[in-house]
Design a protein around this ligand. Structure first.
Ligand SMILES: N[C@H](CCC[C@H](N)C(=O)O)C(=O)O
Length: 299
């Protein structure tokens, strides 16, 4: 078997949510799920929450296509907010564009990335989605509790049906279930996150958000991510949590979101408007990855 050529990559993070970024603008990348899991593995490979791939746009009115794969599973997912900011820094720093604003296609969405004068990146994340069929979310049995006219859905732990949490279901292109907690530091993220992530009412699984409201313009958030476990920050999760908090009447239109990796600012003017996320994007190092031969556990 001929050895595969080493693959150049860039290691980046958005508030500690870390990524391996790959350039497929000149030629498609032939990567299997096993290859992607190898890249994402923190012992046998490089290590990343997600792998981001830069591709040429398919539509004439877009600049790039943006693909995302969860590092632990190698599965392709619909969106990654922290990754979108890193995508913008990547295409600028690698000379793929000199524009301050870039139009990007994702699997099921269209977003706009913008470099800001202070070096952060603002992303127009498009509009949140609430229709259960589009999340997707299949509420069965128990009726929701309406708060400010928005649904909080009861989810029972399949292993212990007496343990019930209430979640708001929102999609930013990827699915999110957001629950309010008194204090994120003591929230049972490791215990509750896994069973919410895998809950049968979310047929494509779900990112589980734990939201602490400090005041109407400031929240704290932890997210147990689908296909990644708890990350230090989740951009789409921050958007989903703020959108849910505004719909539920707990938050104003501009909110600072403290994650374990740092702060994002999320703005949303309500139904019919895009969510706008602003935060940092950091390049850590450049490298090349040599793929294991067929005998490695990742074959
Ligand atoms: N785990 C997510 C993808 C990455 C989202 C997160 N890293 C972000 O910044 O939005 C999912 O399976 O939908």
């Amino acid at each position: 078997m001929t050895a595969r050529p080493p693959l150049p990559f860039t290691k980046m993070h958005g508030l500690g949510n870390d990524f391996v970024v790959l350039d497929a603008t000149r030629a498609p990348l032939d990567l299997s799920e096993a290859d992607l899991r190898f890249i994402g593995d923190r012992r046998f490979g490089i290590g990343a929450d997600q792998i981001l791939v830069v591709e040429p746009a398919r539509a004439a009115d877009a600049d790039f296509r943006y693909r995302i794969f969860n590092g632990a599973t190698g599965e392709e997912v619909e969106h990654c907010g922290n990754g979108a900011r890193c995508f913008m820094r990547y295409v600028r720093d690698h000379g793929l564009t000199d524009r301050d604003t870039v139009r990007v296609e994702t699997m099921n969405n269209r977003i706009v990335l913008e470099m800001t004068p202070d070096g952060r990146v603002t992303v127009d994340m498009n509009q949140p989605i609430f229709a259960p069929a589009q999340i997707p979310f299949e509420p069965t049995g128990l009726a929701p509790r309406l708060v400010n006219g928005f649904e909080l859905w009861p989810l029972a732990n399949p292993a212990d049906p007496a343990q019930v949490v209430e979640v708001a279901a929102v999609s930013m292109g990827n699915p999110h279930a957001v629950q309010r907690v008194e204090n994120v530091d003591t929230a049972p993220v490791a215990e509750v996150g896994p069973w919410v992530e895998a809950h049968a009412t979310f047929p494509r699984k779900v990112n589980a958000g734990f939201l602490q409201v400090v005041d109407r313009g400031h929240v704290r958030l932890r997210v147990y991510e689908r296909g990644a476990g708890e990350t230090l920050a989740c951009g789409t999760g921050a958007c989903a949590a703020v959108v849910a908090g505004i719909r539920l009447g707990w938050l104003d239109a501009v909110v600072d979101v403290d994650t374990r990796g740092g702060q994002l600012t999320i703005a949303w003017d309500g139904i019919g408007h895009s969510v706008r996320m602003t935060g940092p994007a950091v390049t850590v190092f450049e490298g090349t990855v040599a793929f294991p031969d067929r005998d490695c556990r990742f074959t």
